[in-house]
Design a protein around this ligand. Structure first.
Ligand code: SF4
Length: 294
């Protein structure tokens, strides 16, 4: 799938955003046009096909990529994503060095979905599509931002107003936009059906005062902390005993990082605990959940 380079993706994103804001013409980087060979025939690559689909979105305003995706065994809930990165995640700090969200850019549909959703949030007509699609999601757990983060107070207000209309949905997320949460708290009331995990890599990570204010918010569950691990996490379902040993080691390592009672993330949200998934569960209030990154 590697036709397009990362810098070409950034180039296209900027051209799209300029187009949306100022009506400028979009020059599509060459990588999107490189054909591939299938059954001895030259055919358009998937990037080009998905770009054409995206162009239809730009021309009509009608979303062409599923807005809320339903995940897999690892994350079996509906979720929402936008573009990741410094420009879109205002609280991003060290996380930019290990952000997994860019991995989704290997897949054309995932890449263009992120761009589409980022643009939908920018206008009343786009937000109407988000609301409409949201009304069709069943009452269940919902992850608000797998990729990307709250980019402004206005965006947070939009989501939290929407969540208030759907008390049956249990939303949760990991955010580094701590300053926006604090600003929201000064002006509005949080929905009861949102749970916040503060995740590692925020640019506010060294500010004890900000973190303390965040911890006092009614939506706050606890920290979700990434710690380097020497080996890849074994599959908790297929190889439980190996996972238990691995988790034991990571728990010890967490102590070196000052985390005394780490609860180790098993990586499969659908099978996380018999009482539902830990990150969306306020019974795990102030528990440090640790994930090993390798
Ligand atoms: S602790 Fe559970 S809910 Fe949180 S990320 Fe890990 S598997 Fe998912």
């Amino acid at each position: 799938m590697a036709y397009v380079t990362r810098s070409e993706q950034h180039e296209l994103i900027q051209a799209i955003l300029d187009h949306v804001e100022n009506g400028t013409e979009i020059s599509v980087p060459p990588g999107f046009h490189i054909p591939r060979i299938s059954k001895n025939r030259l055919v358009a690559n998937d990037w080009l096909k998905n770009w054409h689909k995206f162009e239809t979105f730009l021309k009509t305003g009608v979303p062409q990529f599923t807005i809320y995706t339903k995940g897999n065994g690892k994350l079996p809930f509906h979720s929402f994503s936008t573009l990741p990165g410094e420009q879109f995640c205002p609280g991003a700090g060290d996380c930019l060095e290990f952000c997994y969200s860019f991995k989704a850019w290997r897949y054309p549909a995932a890449f263009f979905r992120q761009v589409q959703n980022t643009i939908l949030l920018k206008s009343p007509s786009g937000r109407a599509y988000l609301e409409n699609a949201f009304s069709k999601i069943p009452d269940h757990d919902f992850r608000l931002y797998v990729d990307g983060d709250f980019d402004s107070l206005e965006t947070m207000k939009f989501w939290f107003d929407l969540l208030k209309t759907r008390p049956g949905i249990r939303a949760y997320g990991y955010s580094k936009s701590w300053q926006i949460f604090l600003a929201y708290n000064r002006l509005y009331t949080f929905p009861e059906n949102y749970t916040l995990n503060s995740s590692s890599g925020s640019k506010f990570a060294n500010s004890k005062a900000i973190h303390e204010k965040l911890q006092a918010l009614p939506v706050y569950r606890g920290n979700y902390i990434a710690i380097p691990s020497d080996s890849k996490m074994p599959n908790v379902i297929e190889n439980k005993s190996e996972w238990v040993e691995w988790a034991k080691e990571l728990r010890q390592r967490a102590k070196l990082f000052g985390i005394q009672n780490a609860w180790i993330c098993p990586g499969k949200c659908g099978n996380c605990t018999p009482r539902g998934h830990a990150c969306g569960n306020k019974k795990f209030k102030n528990v440090d959940i640790v994930i090993g990154i390798h």
